[in-house]
Design a protein around this ligand. Structure first.
Ligand code: CA
Ligand code: CA
Length: 270
């Protein structure tokens, strides 16, 4: 008699487990592979726990089946995190407060092997000042701070920062990619070449003295007796001292500020 009771129990258990197995594969998670007797027994004991193996797949389990889609109920999830690098292929090296950077940022999305993700025409890269860098309260303004990539490349235009400060870092963010950051650069008080927080005849003289020079000229980074190098006359940071810099100087002539930062030559050096 006892054997008959046990057989009946096992039969009911098998029916219930089979029914539950059918339900659980359609529920969130499901079994990643054919369940063991132990899993079936555990699910039989805890039938109200969602998912065939009683827990969502771990990150390691998802990575193990990366590239495969898993159907969970009516929702299809992509499995396997996409962690790819993002690079600034053109960086801002310095700037004048309130005026457009001479070198506008360009961000390129690359895969893990370092190849440009040229098939990507949908990712949106958001550009911002990295927290804790530059002057407190400074604002980055671009024609668009959110730019959709074209063949994996986001090209920003019209970007400027309103406040002079040291060590600004710009960062680009888009889902599925690592955060990309520029090397640090300074924003000087617009028109100020020598970092004395005023736009005076000294700055006018330095721009005129170095007018038409560019980063290919020898001595571009060699400071004079006052510690100011020719590159500091390149106010907007486009690698040359031109009419644009002269215009900034004239526009801001006579301006003073309580705090400011000297010109930086940035990295990479143009
Ligand atoms: Ca000055
Ligand atoms: Ca310039």
């Amino acid at each position: 008699m006892r054997w008959k009771v046990l057989a009946l129990f096992l039969g009911l258990a098998a029916v219930f487990t089979t029914a539950r197995f059918g339900w659980s594969r359609a529920a969130a998670g499901g079994y990643d592979e054919w369940p063991t007797l132990g899993q079936l027994a555990r699910d039989f004991i805890n039938p109200w726990l969602p998912g065939g193996d009683s827990a969502p797949a771990t990150l390691g389990e998802r990575r193990a089946v990366a590239g495969v889609s898993e159907r969970a109920g009516s929702v299809t999830m992509s499995i396997g995190p996409i962690v790819s690098p993002m690079f600034f292929t053109r960086q801002t090296i310095r700037g004048a407060s309130g005026f457009g950077f001479g070198f506008q940022p360009v961000v390129t999305l690359k895969d893990g092997a370092g190849n440009v993700v040229a098939t990507d025409n949908t990712s949106v890269v958001t550009l911002s000042i990295a927290a804790g860098t530059g002057a407190i309260g400074a604002v980055l303004t671009c024609n668009q701070n959110d730019v959709t990539v074209v063949q994996g490349v986001a090209t920003f235009t019209g970007c400027r920062i309103d406040r002079s400060g040291l060590g600004y870092v710009l960062q680009g963010v888009t889902p599925g990619y690592n955060v990309g950051q520029t090397a640090p650069f300074n924003i000087s008080l617009a028109g100020d070449t020598n970092g004395d927080c005023r736009v005076s005849i000294l700055d006018f003289s330095w721009v005129v003295t170095n007018f038409s020079k560019n980063s290919n000229n020898p001595g571009w980074t060699t400071p004079n007796a006052a510690g100011v190098a020719p590159f500091a006359a390149d106010l907007n940071g486009d690698g040359a001292v031109s009419i644009q810099d002269f215009s900034i100087l004239v526009t801001k002539f006579g301006t003073t500020a309580g705090a400011c930062a000297p010109a930086s030559n940035g990295s990479p050096v143009p």
